[in-house]
Ligand binder design. Sequence first.
Ligand code: 5AD
Ligand code: SF4
Length: 589
Amino acid sequence: MHPLQCVLQAQRCLRWGPLTSVSWLLLRTCRAHSGVRSSAGPSPERRQEDGVWKDFSSRLATGPTFQHFLRSASVPQEKPSTPDVEDPPPYLTVDDLLGRQRKVYLETYGCQMNVNDTEIAWSILQKSGYLRTSNLQEADVVLLVTCSIREKAEQTIWNRLHQLKSLKSKRLRSRVPLRIGILGCMAERLKEEILNREKTVDILAGPDAYRDLPRLLAVAESGQKAANVLLSMDETYADVLPVQMSPSATSAFVSIMRGCDNMCSYCVVPFTRGRERSRPVASILEEVRKLSEQGLKEVTLLGQNVNSFRDNSEVQFNNAVSTNLSRGFSTNYKAKQGGLRFAYLLDQVSRIDPEMRIRFTSPHPKDFPDEVLQLIHERDNICKQIHLPAQSGSSRVLEAMRRGYSREAYVELIHHIRESIPGVSLSSDFIAGFCGETEEDHLQTVSLLQEVQYNTGFLFAYSMRQKTRAYHRLKDDIPEEVKLRRLEELITVFREEATKANKTFVGCTQLVLVEGLSKRSATDLYGRNDGNLKVIFPDVAMEDVTNPGLRVQAQPGDYVLVKITSASSQTLKGHVLCRTTLKDSAAYC
Ligand code: 5AD
Ligand code: SF4
């Protein structure tokens, strides 16, 4: 059997039982039908480890039985905190799962979710005894956390794999062989293609399979390839505390939900990251409390559809209260009911530490009921910043995209948000050149950019993705040069409008959370205002409001008031007035 069939077969098994057992079956099946076995085997230099390897191989050959799979299928879904160590599959011992001080080099591509996934993957590997390195040359394991959202993102990974291939082949024979893994969306989307096309890849782990990394690496140790690309209905890594990359960071990301049920017609995310599921509120609050105790000053709640949050983990949360959508918005799925919703979570999170700023990304415009808007308005530490991905300014294109709203409903929501949260900062995502987009449609997007005047924007040329509805039903009929020309036009208009919007801050005083030294000038500091705009100001001594008479130099994590003197489409500049606290300060114009 082809290795890929192993993957597919295991996916079919998914309907019967929990994932962990399925993934074990996956490896067992792959082993039994060869094809995945690498010709490599252990290097001569590893002969001293041969005893271990042979022992391991023979155990692998007598791997789990179908009975074992069935037995595992009845294990409750609750995950132990160190599952890999406590419950290894029968063909591996606890020792096989240990990292034995192997050095792991992690490289992250794509969105903030991937940064968070990298921290989760590292947390799991660290517990298994791996060490982290930031020096590629000394790595024993290289893991790429990948993105599939656009063709270009994937091309970057293919190019990187080429470079890693040569690193692998030049590796000194006195060292353990270099193992290379693809994690995340691209592993999920391309499974077979990666294994076939890039012999250099040893392991694949989809976004829901990071707990399995120690086992996958243990199998790769023996010279075999290992893959787990199974998607889960309930994996949220709730009990895995991500390890912050930078110990000096002032802010952290906290994943609150994963996956997406929206099925926008252009988007591959529902296929790579699976169904929408939320992490229990209690575990989120616990993580935020810990971050507050560590002195972090900003938390960004993360999810593919962060404001669609719905904690159904306890029976008592599952009442029949129906979901309030934003006015004029609909969903592509059957209405969901009950659960603890985003407004509840936001309220609870913002109460933990009044000095901690709360942000969230990325929301969907359909899930902005009044209770969420009101809370953002009322609570000092919830940033008045909303990302409202529009994707297009043409109702016709929005329908083809299956976004669940018209231009009119979107604009009405913008007005409603601005009335509810005066001074709110707005940002958006747009796609240029979607299937069937006419020049008139494009001009409507231009006019939406002018009408709304976003502070920040993320603009992309459409990239056809397999599996999506657009791939199956629509034609990618806008020539590349037209897509790029339209994209350029959108970027130009967006910059003009953002400059205008940001110039309204000139003369205002902004509360800035200091992040560090400016990258462009050693005499300047930078931080972010409430609206998440970068603010640059000279690093000079200032008064400390809580200690009158004391002159201080701002440090990362301090709140300072900055009087804005100039603005561009991306940054504000000004001079610092004083150090303060979030509670004591009020940014003003
Ligand atoms: N092509 C171009 N852009 C895309 N996005 C999602 N899918 C595609 C695609 N196939 C953009 C959307 C989304 C952002 C994260 O990426 O604007 O909001
Ligand atoms: Fe993709 Fe739409 Fe889901 Fe966002 S909401 S992740 S664009 S399918």
